[in-house]
Design a binder for this molecule. Structure first.
Ligand SMILES: Cc1ncc(COP(=O)(O)O)c(C=O)c1O
Length: 455
């Protein structure tokens, strides 16, 4: 007599209680304990799978996560940070890094990606992004690939961090496939910690992620990583979810790497095809000012006059929606589940649609989320635990925000707890809400904001 998950039998041959609702929905739910393994985890299947993943990515330790890269980011920030001590962190990183800062109590020293002078998009960070930090900090955290696919110089950044005696952590949430391309993964390039979503660029179940580490370089310790993973993890992990990480590794080792090579070639050809479309800019290693994820097709539409949100919606109706789109920029991701031949057909389809939808060329309007450069008044942790009051957002200029306003995608906060509200931020929030979802603030109407009371 056990709970349904433990006896792994919800509906007694499909005829039990609420079988119409629950049967298919929970059919694949197998817990780790008392499911994939026995209750005492005596076969250590998870440990073995983690060991094999670590070997694959060039790490000497890794942990499977079912709380996504969000949990991974909290874990790596906790691992390198100390309460009340500065750490250097990329301000265009995902909203979950704010949770890492709140829980760890670290004081962020924000670093900013360079912006492309014409495209106004974030370019991958060079080593100087670290050597230029003048403060004494505990560790560095950067995001690469960015949401638009730009890649940072991880080898240079790691060397610069290590010269200062500090660890480099990389949010590689969008780049799990890079670990299967020779020498392209963050750990193999010298990072001490990397977080990857297996459910994004690869084929893990939703929620799956991995945190990998190279303890041998001497900048992080496995016991600290484990402490943070165990602090943030559920005690009832899904064996199905975790097994999907292992199955992904096996599939990639079997023939996925070869398939990735074919797909990278297909994306290269698609970029060349689309670069012939008048007015269209296709982001690549030559024009971006940094390397670009070989599986991303990032198109700058302003010169074609096409509205990216309209193009994106039309593509959704055809079943080929983009990863993200705003008026001027549309981003597509190829993954191992796509056929290389399809990528070529898709490039032709896109070229034809752009030609049919074209209009007068217009200048590229910078997207606010990539340009944020806030005045930080108190740390995210102080702001999170402060007394707050609710006031109209339009009257909040000059106040200090107690909450996050986060356009999703890309999940980078326009305004974060502890930052001064400016007239530009208020305008940017309204503009972001017109074209998409602004999330994680307490008032869904965006009319009001919680600010710190009596600072
Ligand atoms: C750069 C980046 N890091 C972390 C995350 C969080 O990933 P997850 O959804 O797996 O928690 C995201 C999600 O979109 C992301 O874009």
């Amino acid at each position: 007599m056990q709970i349904p998950g433990h006896k792994m039998q919800y509906t007694l041959d499909g005829n039990g209680w609420a079988a119409d609702l629950l049967g298919d929905t929970v059919r694949d739910d197998i817990p780790l304990q008392g499911g994939v393994d026995d209750n005492a985890l005596s076969h250590d299947f998870l440990g073995q799978a983690e060991h094999l993943w670590a070997r694959q990515v060039g790490a000497d330790h890794c942990r499977f996560l079912v709380g996504g890269s969000s949990q991974g980011n909290i874990t790596v920030i906790g691992t390198i940070a100390d309460p009340g001590v500065p750490m250097a962190i990329d301000r265009t990183s995902h909203r979950s890094t704010q949770a890492g800062l709140v829980i760890s109590g670290a004081v962020p020293v924000w670093i900013y990606p360079r912006l492309h002078p014409e495209f106004h998009l974030p370019i991958g960070m060079p080593a100087e992004a670290i050597s230029g930090v003048i403060e004494q900090v505990n560790g560095f955290f950067v995001t690469s690939p960015s949401y638009i696919g730009t890649l940072s110089d991880i080898a240079g950044l790691a060397a610069a961090a290590h010269d200062r005696g500090e660890a480099l952590a990389v949010d590689q949430a969008w780049g799990a496939h890079l670990d299967f391309l020779e020498g392209r993964g963050a750990i193999s390039q010298g990072a001490d910690l990397a977080v990857t979503s297996i459910h994004k660029a690869l084929t893990g179940y939703s929620q799956t992620a991995v945190v990998s580490a190279r303890e041998g370089r001497g900048f992080v310790r496995r016991s600290v990583i484990d402490r943070w993973v165990d602090l943030t993890a559920t005690t009832s992990p899904s064996g199905t979810l975790m097994a999907s990480i292992d199955a992904t590794r096996v599939a990639m080792v079997r023939d996925g790497r070869h398939r990735l090579d074919l797909l990278c070639e297909a994306v290269r050809e698609a970029r060349a095809r689309l670069a012939t479309v008048p007015g269209l800019i296709v982001l690549d290693d030559a024009n971006a000012g940094c390397s670009v994820d070989p599986m991303k097709l990032t198109l700058i539409l302003a010169g074609t006059g096409v509205d990216g949100t309209v193009l994106g919606n039309t593509l959704f109706e055809l079943g080929h929606g983009p990863e993200t789109a705003d008026r001027d920029v549309i981003v597509f991701t190829a993954t191992v589940t796509d056929d290389p031949e399809w990528i070529a057909q898709f490039a032709d389809l896109l070229a034809g649609m752009i030609d049919r939808m074209r209009g007068p060329a217009r200048p590229i309007v910078p997207v606010a989320v990539w340009q944020v450069s806030p005045e930080v008044v108190v740390t995210p942790r102080e702001a999170f635990f402060s007394e707050r009051k609710r006031i109209p957002l339009r009257e909040a200029v000059g106040e200090v925000s107690a909450e996050q306003f986060c356009p999703y995608p890309p999940g980078v906060p326009l305004l974060a707890p502890g930052e001064r509200v400016t007239a530009e931020t208020v305008e940017a929030i309204a503009a972001a809400a017109k074209v998409g979802r602004v999330a994680y603030n307490s008032d869904p109407t965006l009319e009001t904001i919680e600010v710190i009371d009596a600072i």
